[in-house]
Design a protein around this ligand. Structure first.
Ligand code: ZN
Ligand code: ZN
Length: 382
């Protein structure tokens, strides 16, 4: 089988720059890396092929030779005819060792920290706590005690993880690197050290209470101040109230995620509150006072103007929600819903028919409406 062109292998065209070559290889290597392709048997060969191509093209001298002679530049048969400088150096023998340099070069970040990227004390994880509050609570704000299952610093070893406060020692497996390299056939793979879990240090006599972690599980109760004006999606950060760090590392933070439950009456829009208020047909026609509930638990009197239609909006200033970070109080809006009377007695029906007859005679507006509809249909016929 003839060898594929090195540029083609990396998806490049001839004469690509050093930067382009490095970039193309990086992309290919990530895509084809065996850790991500356990179900693709072809990936290993393609990975090797990409490595071989990069090995040549990243080296200006070898690249120049390849550009000039193609694959023939690196075949044993060329003997003394080869351009000087690298002799048999590109043979398969030391390929693997060259490859591990490629690894250092390219995978420092990808593999999760290069050599010496060990951490002895790591920061604890952030925690999330979902808290549901009512709209009334969101209106007034509240003080609430919550219980968070978390891990806290072990008091028997003060978080060091060592019995009696002894100093941890360097991990013999990774010599403190926190990572080990394993050669699997062709590949050199860097992994987190199994002995010290990447910490680079081990504890000879681990603390019996925490097993050497320096932290123990605990239900942590704390009082939280939920300010007035919170909304669904509001996050409250409590610095340092997250999980304790490993071996004395700093703790993470606790985030309280607020969810405001739906209210049976009020619909909220930022600081505005909206609600629909039923009014009788008579009150809407003649005008009058109605009482409406407000979010603070009280009631407000509202004057309904005579002749109000269903859907009419009225504003109650300052009866809405407070703004979270100051900035005053929103307004409340009520929308009138005029109710049509039902279950009428025959006397009521009679009165309404009488009312209707009077309306047709006396309401010029309704008269002109019906006549304009009639005119319209007449004109359509014509
Ligand atoms: Zn302990
Ligand atoms: Zn180790």
């Amino acid at each position: 089988m003839s060898k594929r062109d090195f540029y083609e292998v990396l998806g490049l065209s001839k004469g690509a720059s050093a930067d382009e070559i490095k970039k193309a290889y990086r992309t290919k290597a990530k895509e084809l890396h065996p850790d991500r392709n356990s179900d693709n048997p072809k990936a290993e060969d393609q990975f090797k092929e990409a490595n071989e191509a990069y090995e040549i093209l990243k080296d200006p001298e070898k690249k120049a030779a390849y550009d000039r002679f193609g694959h023939a530049a690196f075949e044993g048969g060329m003997g003394g005819g080869r351009p000087g400088g690298f002799g048999g150096g590109a043979g398969q023998g030391d390929f693997a060792s060259a490859f591990s340099d490629v690894f250092d070069d390219l995978f420092g970040d990808f593999m999760g920290g290069g050599r010496g990227g060990r951490q002895r004390a790591s920061r604890g994880a952030d925690l999330r706590y979902n808290l549901r509050v009512t709209l009334e609570d969101a209106y007034s704000g509240l003080q609430k005690t919550i219980t968070v299952p978390t891990s806290v610093q072990c008091d028997s070893c003060s978080g060091s993880g060592a019995e009696g406060g002894a100093e941890p020692t360097t991990c013999p497996t990774c010599s403190g690197m926190g990572k080990v390299r394993a050669t699997q056939g062709f590949f050199t793979v860097e992994r987190t050290c199994p002995t010290c879990s990447g910490l680079g240090q081990i504890i000879k006599n681990p603390c019996t209470k925490c097993g050497g972690n320096g932290r123990v599980q605990k239900e942590h109760a704390l009082s939280v101040n939920i300010p007035a004006g919170v909304e669904t999606g509001t996050r409250i950060r409590l610095a340092g109230e997250g999980e304790a760090g490993m071996r004395g590392g700093p703790p993470g933070d606790l985030y309280i995620f607020i969810e405001v439950t739906r209210h049976p009456i009020f619909e909220r829009d930022a600081t505005e509150l909206h609600c629909r208020v039923p009014v009788s047909m008579i009150a809407a026609a003649l005008g009058g006072d109605i009482e409406v509930p407000t979010i603070d638990g009280g009631r407000s009197r509202v004057k309904i103007p005579a002749g109000s239609q269903s859907g009419r909006q009225m504003r109650l200033r300052g009866k809405g929600m407070p703004a979270l970070r100051g900035g005053g109080q929103g307004d409340m809006f009520i929308e009138l819903a005029v109710e049509t009377p039902v279950n009428l007695t025959s006397k009521q029906k009679e009165l309404l028919r009488e009312f209707e007859a009077m309306s047709e005679d006396n309401n010029p507006e309704s008269k002109s409406f019906f006549s304009s509809v009639k005119n319209f249909w007449d004109s359509m016929k014509g």
